[in-house]
Design a protein around this ligand. Structure first.
Ligand code: DGL
Length: 267
């Protein structure tokens, strides 16, 4: 089935998930929506994030998507259940695959979670991890300054090193051996985070596992694009086309030249 897969995020961060889907499923076409006018979601309430997610799902359905990937950790944490009830196509989120991968990665059953304030407050990673194994100890930390640092392009920078050091200082005392980068932007800081935590801590990027879950679901439901399908990707945002295009071209393996602005409030 050659219909596209809808992928959405609060902004540009979900492009790290889109990149992984493009790598693992090169024959699939994507419709990406970045809610660049209303980002960040990470400090907003469940009610607001659910409303935004519903509007985006309604928009994606007008593009005949065959599945929806919630590429945003915060929207996955707060709005997945509601979206699953709303739409009649399969929904894949980033939190459950990330939790599963962390549980598979840890040897000492001590896992750290980094995320936005709303994701951490929701307790969703703990919930999934304890469903998998109640003996796992989970240490969580909200890192609200990471997103603006990435958006400003301060990836390898003294300011970033300083803030990463401050946020992760306490976490180092818990002797975790796996650390979930539970926000779309954090995989872009993996160099600095990895140096700060040291070699004994494995960094878990939910994007990889999400693309794997998507692939499994497409196989199970017989939804793969036909062999030889030429994938074509389209990008939509709610504002700020130029910034989106330049970020997309820094992150994605393909060139992005066009992005369309959508009046998302009308969906
Ligand atoms: N995409 C969000 C997430 O993964 C990060 C940016 C935001 O706060 O909206 O949680």
């Amino acid at each position: 089935m050659n219909d596209p897969i809808g992928v959405f995020d609060s902004g540009v961060g979900g492009l790290t998930v889109a990149r992984e889907i493009m790598r693992q499923l090169p024959g699939e076409s994507l419709i990406y929506f970045g809610d660049t006018a209303r980002v960040p979601y990470g400090s907003k309430s469940r009610k607001t994030v659910c409303k935004y997610s519903r509007q985006i799902a309604n928009f994606l359905l007008t593009k005949q998507v065959k599945a929806i990937v919630i590429a945003c950790n915060t929207a996955s944490a707060l709005a997945r259940e509601e979206l699953e009830e709303l739409v009649d196509v399969p929904v894949i989120d980033v939190v459950r695959p990330g939790a599963r991968m962390a549980a598979e990665t840890t040897k000492n059953k001590r896992i750290g979670i980094l995320g936005t304030e709303s994701t951490i407050k929701s307790g969703i990673y703990e919930e999934y991890l304890h469903q998998i194994d109640p003996e796992i100890t989970v240490v969580s930390k909200a890192c609200p300054l990471f997103v603006p640092l990435v958006e400003e392009g301060l990836i390898e920078d003294r300011v970033t090193e300083d803030i990463v050091g401050r946020y992760l200082h306490d976490m180092k005392e818990y002797e975790i051996d796996s650390l979930v980068l539970g926000c779309t932007h954090y995989p872009l800081l993996r160099g600095v985070i990895g140096r700060e935590m040291g070699e004994s801590v494995r960094l878990v990027n939910p994007a990889y596992e999400t693309a794997k879950s998507l692939k499994e679901m497409l196989r199970e439901k017989n939804l793969f694009a036909a062999p030889g399908n030429r994938a074509s990707h389209r990008y939509f945002v709610s504002d700020g086309v130029e910034k989106f295009i330049s970020f997309a071209n820094a992150v994605l393996p393909c060139h992005v030249s066009e992005t369309t602005v959508v009046d998302i409030e009308s969906y």
